[in-house]
Design a protein around this ligand. Structure first.
Ligand code: SF4
Length: 479
């Protein structure tokens, strides 16, 4: 139930850097500069991976994935991600890879494919130690108690779960009832993420997701009574008809139910990529400056409630492990956003799922038919990926630290290349930020830090490390 378009794919065609460059070269109007920067920031990659998914290519296919799996050290720790691309109906704002289904049959067929895919992966990487499991979508609970139990039993038979620390699932509060919660408890789910977005009826109507706040509170009560009390709420700003008063109501709701974590995403209106978003009235969307005000207002109010801001868009109670990891500089970033997950490999199951192995990234086919054909034929469903080179690892580590900590020590992540990388970063930063650069980024030797006031622009700043972004801001491979 990730609410922003997945995998940065909406970035085609982004006007990002070129607009900032034009503004910097042209009028020196600070308001124009700021507005342009806000626009550019919303178009910059979310950097849930580096390189980002649009750079994955068919050069990495099933054979390479099979080799990478077979090369996993016997003691390697694994994180498992299972993607279920189905929902009862589509919310208009949704940026996930999912489709609406009314019948049981496609879901049951898909569950059978997931089981077969687990067996295929197990032929190469069985018995490895799993530390985390994450069910994402779509609405993974649409599988229902029996399919969830069957898949979970297969995971137990396949992998070593003795070191499992987190078993998480994304949930739609409207689809939660006592039997489902009991089933989640029975398979050991200990963390749940609930899609809330906005509690105001007029915003819910504008996004096609009617969801009374009492219903969400009841879902939270059911989960907590079952002992599933590590809860995350997804909230959004930048939604149609949303105002600062709505943002305040959302934070009041948070104050009432006190989840452990909150994700606060900006709505990305990308109807060319997600056609169902055409149902959203673009004229009712807040402008760039309003969006920034909404994000800031939510941030301040959540901090006033006692939450720690984590990275760009997460908040956590001070005793939550995400907050503790952030304080220790041990936060990570993956396709689910900010995480404490430090497993050596992430194995993705299901259509469109992405995996990360020590050698690089792999992604399954988005196309349900192609995914099904491959799995039924006994082949892995990998259609693209990226084999990481040394330069990618260094830049990826620098971007991850910037995104997580708002600072990076290049000597620590780039070793002998630190000076060269810092010089290149500074040069590109001039293009990205223009004359405000020194107010936004401090450079001390090879230590780089985003200033407090510029944190909202960290994605844009991180592009200065991205060798796959051209000066025009489009995603294309640098020569
Ligand atoms: S419930 Fe709505 S927001 Fe969540 S994945 Fe389904 S369509 Fe998207």
């Amino acid at each position: 139930m990730v609410v922003e378009p997945e995998h940065d794919e909406f970035l085609e065609p982004p006007p990002a850097l070129i607009e900032v460059k034009d503004a910097a070269a042209g009028a020196r109007d600070p308001v124009l500069m700021q507005a342009t920067r806000i626009l550019a920031e919303t178009k910059a990659p979310r950097y849930t991976s580096y390189p980002t998914a649009p750079h994955f290519t068919a050069a990495v296919g099933p054979e390479i994935y099979a080799n990478w799996l077979a090369a996993l050290a016997p003691a390697a720790t694994l994180s498992l991600y299972l993607h279920v691309p189905f929902c009862r109906e589509l919310c208009r704002y949704c940026g996930c890879y999912t489709k609406a289904v009314r019948q049981r049959e496609p879901v049951a067929r898909y569950a059978a494919l997931l089981r077969r895919e687990i067996e295929l992966v197990a032929e190469r990487a069985a018995s490895r130690r799993v530390t985390r499991i994450h069910w994402g979508g779509g609405t993974p609970s649409i599988l229902g108690p029996e399919e969830l139990a069957a898949l979970d039993a297969l995971l137990t038979a396949t992998f070593d779960r003795s070191g499992l620390v987190e078993h998480a699932i994304e949930l739609d509060p409207r689809a939660l009832d006592a039997p489902l919660v009991a089933a989640l408890r029975a398979i050991g789910v200990n963390r749940a993420s609930l899609g809330v977005q906005d509690v105001s009826p007029h915003v819910q109507e504008a996004i096609g997701r009617p969801q009374p706040a009492e219903r969400v509170e009841a879902a939270i009560g059911l989960l907590r009574n079952a002992g599933i009390d590590a809860l995350n709420l997804d909230l959004m700003y930048g939604l149609p008809k949303q105002t600062l008063a709505d943002i305040r109501r959302n934070v009041e709701f948070v104050g009432r139910v006190r989840p452990e974590r909150i994700s606060l995403f900006g709505y990305a209106h990308v109807p060319w990529f997600k056609p169902h978003q055409r149902l959203i009235d673009a004229a009712a969307l807040p402008g760039a400056a309003e969006r920034l005000e909404q994000a800031e207002s939510a941030r301040r109010a959540l901090v006033a409630l006692g939450y720690r801001p984590i990275g760009l868009d997460h908040f956590a109670r001070p005793d939550d492990e995400l907050a503790l990891a952030a304080a220790r500089g041990r936060l990570h970033r993956n396709f689910q956003g900010y995480t404490t997950d430090d497993a050596e490999a992430l194995l993705g199951f299901g259509a469109s799922a992405i995996g990360r192995l020590p050698q690089g990234y792999v992604q399954n086919s988005h196309d349900l038919h192609a995914y099904g054909r491959a799995i039924r034929a006994g082949a892995l469903a990998t259609v693209k990926g990226f084999a990481l080179g040394e330069d990618d690892r260094v830049r990826g580590a620098a971007i991850e630290r910037l995104m997580c900590d708002f600072k990076v020590d290049l000597d620590a992540v780039a070793g002998g290349r630190a000076d060269e990388l810092r010089a290149e970063f500074e040069e590109r930063l001039d293009t990205v930020l223009g004359s405000d650069r020194n107010e936004m980024v401090r450079v001390d030797g090879n230590r780089i830090e985003v200033t407090e006031g510029a944190r909202a622009f960290v994605r844009l700043i991180a592009t200065a490390f991205d060798r796959y972004l051209t000066a025009g801001g489009r995603h294309s491979v640098a020569v």
